[in-house]
Ligand binder design. Structure first.
Ligand code: ZN
Length: 366
């Protein structure tokens, strides 16, 4: 028996007023639904994840993730998901709206803990606004302390929810409504304010974040009998770059660019060249602590633009390979990385093929 995370990503976005379904709107560089997906995966609470979508999603190379088609309304999509999971030995389901991209592992764990004692657990927030209620043209005051604004994921014992859904004919906007309609008990726990729902295009405007830029530059001398590494990949060439490490000018310039945008000093501070600990280190391994810094400080990369300054190797010959490597090292979409080549009219040591230089600009947001 295991738990399943159901990600509802099939909404028609009636309130969103955009040509693209909101689940596929880019938020922090990724489609909206991918944010919750990543959080569910990193929580390690789920043996199975089920995405319900009406749009084709690129196959995710993971046997624990299934993708099925949604229904016309939200409750039809949930129903499709529950039918798909029948006989798959599911203990609990966590049903989550893809329009809430800021789900946290902490909230998932809190929900999971409560499922040990309750068959239905739903997160809520109190209203921060005063609330009125309209009935028969009269508007009444409501005590906001008694108002519960429900969030997702809403979590249920699979069998119980399956049976309730089986007999349900009414249109419901969330599973908690179904439980309440059937007079079933729900354990409400305090949710997370950051776990808000993106409902309109305006919501995305409010979410616009600060942007920072960082510049990086590096140059290394070329020497015989050394392998050449650029952007983390080996490039066939007559010489390699001299240096304490593998001399990868592209990765060094990227590291400085990223550190610059984060305002975290420079590569030399992070990896002192007088320290034998970093001797012959592959530059890939120097990039990893910087990627961790990005993550720990909630930064994400908007784009990276690179100028590789050399006569040879020709950038057009290595562009694809280098971008692919940087993309995988930074977990950054290839379309956000640009690599340009620049020769120097055979001038100076770069022109004489005795050195390669690189400059980079990085844009980050958080
Ligand atoms: Zn360097």
């Amino acid at each position: 028996m295991s738990d399943c995370f159901i990600l509802l990503s099939a909404g028609k976005s009636n309130r969103f007023k955009s040509k693209i379904n909101k689940q596929f709107i880019t938020y922090k560089n990724r489609p909206l639904f991918e944010h919750s997906l990543k959080v569910a995966q990193s929580s390690k609470l789920f043996k199975r994840i089920l995405i319900v979508s009406n749009k084709k999603i690129k196959k995710l190379n993971n046997k624990n993730i299934n993708i099925i088609k949604g229904g016309k309304e939200r409750h039809n999509s949930t129903q499709n998901a529950l039918l798909f999971l029948k006989n798959k030995k599911i203990k609990n389901v966590f049903i989550h709206d893809a329009a809430r991209p800021n789900l946290s592992v902490k909230l998932l764990k809190k929900l999971k803990n409560n499922l040990k004692r309750y068959k239905a657990v739903v997160p809520y927030l109190n209203s921060e606004n005063s609330v009125k209620y309209k009935s028969n043209k009269k508007i009444n005051n409501l005590n906001r302390e008694k108002i519960l604004l429900t969030q997702t994921p809403q979590c249920f014992n699979f069998n119980e929810l399956f049976n309730l859904y089986k007999n349900n004919k009414e249109k419901i906007t969330d599973e908690a409504s179904l439980y309440l309609n059937k007079n079933k008990k729900i354990k409400f726990i305090l949710g997370d304010k950051n776990n808000f729902k993106i409902t309109t295009v305006d919501d995305l405007k409010y979410l616009k974040s600060e942007t920072y830029y960082g510049i990086g530059f590096d140059v290394h001398r070329l020497i015989k009998n050394k392998k050449l590494f650029l952007g983390g990949v080996k490039i066939p060439f007559h010489s390699g770059l001299k240096g304490h490490s593998d001399g990868d000018v592209i990765l060094h310039a990227i590291i400085d660019g990223l550190l610059g945008a984060m305002r975290k000093s420079d590569i030399g501070t992070l990896f002192p060249s007088n320290s034998s600990r970093f001797k012959n280190i592959r530059s890939k391994n120097m990039l990893m602590p910087v990627v961790k810094l990005l993550k720990d400080n909630n930064f994400y990369i908007n784009n990276i633009d690179i100028n590789l300054i050399c006569e040879y190797p020709k950038v057009s010959k290595i562009r694809k390979k280098v971008i692919k490597s940087i993309s995988s090292l930074l977990s950054l979409n290839k379309s956000l990385i640009n690599l340009k080549g620049k020769t120097v009219e055979k001038l100076g040591i770069i022109g004489k093929e005795q050195a390669i230089a690189c400059e980079v600009i990085c844009s980050l947001s958080r």
